[in-house]
Design a protein around this ligand. Structure first.
Ligand SMILES: Cc1ncc(COP(=O)(O)O)c(C=O)c1O
Length: 375
């Protein structure tokens, strides 16, 4: 039987022309000309008929290295950052190993950890400061700990790590000989982001992506970067021996070549959209934003006080209003029943649709549901 989430995605894809897609932190603000010329040319040349250079386009690899700005840390291309996360879990974890992680989190990584026979120790971060702290990470380390998962900025909360906290967590990884998995997928949406590899280059594997910053999620390209010995260890689990999708490489190269020229405007509009969403949420009683401002292009709206299920909110907003937000259970075993996640690298018209749909949905569902008890 299809799950409610797969039903929602089937519906949303079938109606994609009418949907304001605020459900997957995708980016709909990059000017299409950024990649169109390069993709048109690659299609005209029918580059898809041949294999790409197996290790990746050399200029693309250089652009990624320059983008991260870390000497000696080499990139490895995969089919989205997701594949890197899978490879890292398979290559570096064994049965019984423990990974320090959080709840909420990007749970796909936790699933990969479990596929390796390991498990995550989820520190509850649904309270200020809504992220891990070096003290809690240090306390959580036990004899089986092999890895720390540092997602910065964090999906779904939009929280992020000050430089000194990244340094402190990196030093813990170094002192305890732990792998530090630093997922920086949303890095471009924050100011003054610090990479853990700067402080613990031997222990850190940095997972990056062009899905969100460059608006290329559908092309499925991302990767990881690490010192050569760690890179080789993880690279053994590569399934793309014949290279990553050529059109994806061409588009990523074009986007990274010009990113400096357009990313500022993408981030500006993303933040303006977040501010508009905050205004809307402030006018819906018993809802709130735990983390604001977000350091990413998403945040959660706490609806726990409403006594409504996030799934019902997701479903009604999607089917009645064509606005796709995501129910929290996909992102938090413990708190997923009290929030929806909304992403906002979208045209302002999509955000205005949210501005109408969210209050109306809450009103409509509350009118039907029994009022939550006062106790
Ligand atoms: C924290 C985090 N890491 C990785 C990814 C995967 O990105 P990609 O599209 O590169 O596979 C996502 C996607 O939502 C994410 O939120």
């Amino acid at each position: 039987m299809a799950s409610p989430a797969s039903d929602a995605f089937r519906y949303a894809h079938a109606h994609r022309q009418e949907i304001a897609w605020l459900s997957q932190n995708t980016n709909h603000l990059v000017p299409p000309e950024v990649v169109r010329g390069a993709l048109d040319e690659a299609i005209r040349e029918r580059r898809y008929e041949g294999y790409p250079p197996a290790a990746g386009d050399p200029e693309l690899l250089d652009l990624i290295t320059a983008d991260l700005g870390l000497a000696g840390i080499r990139p490895f291309l995969t089919s989205g950052g997701t594949e890197s996360l899978y490879m890292i879990a398979r290559a570096l974890l064994s049965a019984g190993d423990e990974v320090i992680a959080s709840d909420p989190s990007y749970l796909i990584i936790h699933k990969f950890v479990e596929l390796a026979g390991a498990h995550t120790k989820n520190l509850d971060i649904y309270a200020p400061p809504f992220r891990l702290t070096s003290d809690r990470v240090r306390e959580a380390i036990g004899p089986k700990t092999r890895m720390i998962l540092l997602i910065d900025p964090l999906n779904p909360l939009g929280s992020g790590y000050p430089r000194e906290e990244v340094r402190a967590i990196a030093e813990i990884a170094h002192d305890h000989h732990l792998t530090l998995l630093n997922d920086v997928t949303y890095r471009d949406f924050t100011d003054a982001h610090a990479l853990a590899a700067e402080f613990a280059p031997e222990e850190t594997v940095t997972v990056w992506s062009v899905s969100k910053n460059c608006g290329l999620a559908g092309l499925r390209i991302g990767g990881f970067s690490a010192r050569p010995d760690l890179l080789a260890k993880v690279g053994r689990f590569n399934t793309n021996d014949l290279g990553v999708n050529i059109l994806a490489q061409v588009a990523a190269r074009a986007a990274l070549r010009s990113k400096a020229a357009w990313i500022g405007e993408v981030v500006r509009q993303t933040r303006a959209n977040a501010a508009r969403i905050r205004e809307v949420v402030e006018h819906v009683p018993r809802t709130s934003l735990p983390v604001y401002p977000s350091r990413a292009n998403m945040m959660v709206i706490d609806v726990g006080e409403l006594g409504l299920s996030p799934d019902a909110i997701q479903d009604r907003m999607l089917r009645e209003h064509g606005v796709f937000v995501r129910a929290g259970n996909y992102l938090s075993p413990k708190h997923g029943n009290r929030f929806v996640r909304v992403s906002f690298s979208n045209p302002p018209s999509d955000i205005e649709r949210f501005a109408r749909a969210f209050p109306e949905t809450v009103r409509e569902l509350s009118a039907r549901a029994p009022a939550p008890s006062a106790t």
